[in-house]
Write a protein that binds this ligand. Structure first.
Ligand code: MN
Ligand code: MN
Length: 471
């Protein structure tokens, strides 16, 4: 190499040649400005996820963002004009942000739907007990978890208790360092010979996930279960609740950590509940930043996805359908004609290729961290069972949109064929006669207490939703 050739190579290129291993393919090619925008966007995301550990909190956080951006609560008796920004809330656990389009709902609506529930440990209806002078909570896990991951980590308690007098008590304890937290104990390795010989599914059972909540007796009386009594006394003093109030409560134990940058280069974010707040936030930000769309668009955040989307706050509920029907009626069009022309991005995460477990993935059809927003044509399991398989035409439409807007994207399947599988809300939307495909963020350690995503991918997901609403 001549001296001039050496000079022509940038300092970074020379350093890279000297220090870095050659990447096989798919290396990230974004300019510094775009990466800076991604980093900035994710500062907002970290704030969002820290105050949205459970669905009720995610709805509250989102409502505040909507109000800050000029949205007002939907009123069936009011007439809305193009550009108006409205929101609806269902039972404190779903929120929909809509902006009225120039054509209203006549050419269909654009939907971005993400879920705001995440795997966790729920308290049983009768949770409190004492054993060997320790007080504990019985739990029933919510969603798909690897049970061993939930032992020996700090947990916070979130949710709502409805007292017999009808008063709602909102609970959030364990997030701040000056508050106590809780945990599930695990057997020491020294005595785990029997446990270690079992398959993982048998070594850790649901009934073992009991949460340590106290150890001091109320006083020195000869009364039994004094530790439990002491906890009841503390709960009464703090919240005014008695033991039977647990029956009318929704209390969830979630990891007590906050979102953190991961890596020396701070390119990644580790947090609890990326699935699926990491798609909810870009959906919300797209809804509050895109103005004057052609067609009415809605970002909708649903609940109960992790347990099958059943119930009146799950995606199988009539709530969103009925809201769209209200908008259609106001425009003087039939709801079913609106749905037939509507399109939806089912905003959900997919598994990123994990270098620790390459054998679970098929490299040509896996998604990668920093590969951009991921389109998942179908999910399901056992031969595309239980899924909506997006049509070639709709895939084509979405692909064109991503290309046109210069958005970094990739496609991915959920692991190898017959390795397992999973589902999203896409099939419930498809059943409403809407074109839909999954589009979201690749995640490492999905459903673990500490999941990892790339900042660039989060930002690309926002750009994709914004472009979709802008069309
Ligand atoms: Mn999900
Ligand atoms: Mn999930």
């Amino acid at each position: 190499m001549s001296e001039t050739e050496k000079k022509e190579k940038s300092q970074a290129a020379q350093l890279k040649e000297k220090l870095a291993a050659k990447k096989p393919s798919g290396a990230l090619e974004l300019d510094k400005e775009k990466i800076a925008l991604a980093d900035e966007f994710c500062e907002g995301y970290k704030k969002f996820i820290n105050t949205s550990k459970v669905e009720r909190e995610a709805v509250k956080t989102t409502e505040q963002i909507a109000l800050d951006h000029g949205f007002e609560k939907f009123d069936i008796n009011k007439t809305y004009k193009p550009g108006d920004k409205i929101y609806v809330i269902n039972r404190g656990k779903n929120i929909g942000l809509a902006v009225i389009g120039k054509n209203g709902t006549k050419n269909g609506v654009r939907l971005v739907i993400a879920h705001i529930d995440s795997p966790r440990l729920d308290l049983k209806p009768n949770p409190l007990y004492e054993s060997n002078d320790l007080a504990l909570f019985k739990t029933h896990y919510y969603g798909g978890i690897k049970k061993y991951q939930w032992t020996a980590i700090p947990l916070a308690l979130h949710g709502r208790i409805v007292r017999l007098d009808g008063e709602n008590i909102d609970v959030s304890i364990g997030e701040n360092e000056d508050e106590p937290c809780f945990c599930v104990s695990d057997l020491l390795p020294h005595l785990s010979r029997e446990q270690a010989a079992k398959p993982v599914a048998k070594a850790f059972t649901g009934e073992d996930l009991n949460v340590l909540i106290g150890s001091r007796p109320f006083n020195n009386d000869k009364e039994s279960e004094q530790v439990k009594l002491n906890i009841l006394n503390i709960l009464f003093e703090k919240y005014g609740v008695v033991e039977s109030d647990f029956l009318s409560a929704e209390l969830d134990l979630v990891p007590a950590f906050k979102a953190r940058d991961v890596g020396f280069d701070r390119s990644l974010i580790g947090a609890y509940g990326h699935d699926d707040k990491v798609c909810a936030y870009p959906g919300v930000m797209a809804a509050v930043t895109v103005e004057n769309p052609e067609s009415t668009f809605i970002t909708f955040l649903c609940d109960k996805e992790e347990i099958g989307s059943d119930g009146n706050t799950g995606m199988q509920s009539a709530f969103l359908r009925d809201f769209i029907a209200d908008l259609a009626q106001a425009d003087g069009v039939e709801y079913r004609h609106v749905m037939a022309k509507s399109t939806c991005l089912s905003a959900d995460v997919n598994a990123a290729f994990d270098p620790n477990y390459p054998s679970a993935f098929e490299g040509n059809n896996a998604s990668y961290l920093n590969g951009g927003v991921i389109i998942t044509k179908y999910t399901g399991s056992g031969g595309k069972y239980d899924t909506s398989d997006a049509s070639a035409e709709f895939m084509g439409q979405v692909r064109r949109m991503l290309h046109k807007n210069d958005i970094l994207w990739q496609t991915g399947e959920l692991g190898k064929v017959d390795m397992g599988g999973g589902g999203t809300i896409a099939k419930y939307i498809a059943n409403l006669n809407v074109d839909v495909v999954d589009l979201g963020v690749p995640v490492l350690s999905m459903h673990a207490p500490f999941e990892v995503v790339s900042k660039v991918d989060v930002y690309m997901t926002y750009l994709a939703f914004a472009a979709f609403f802008q069309e």
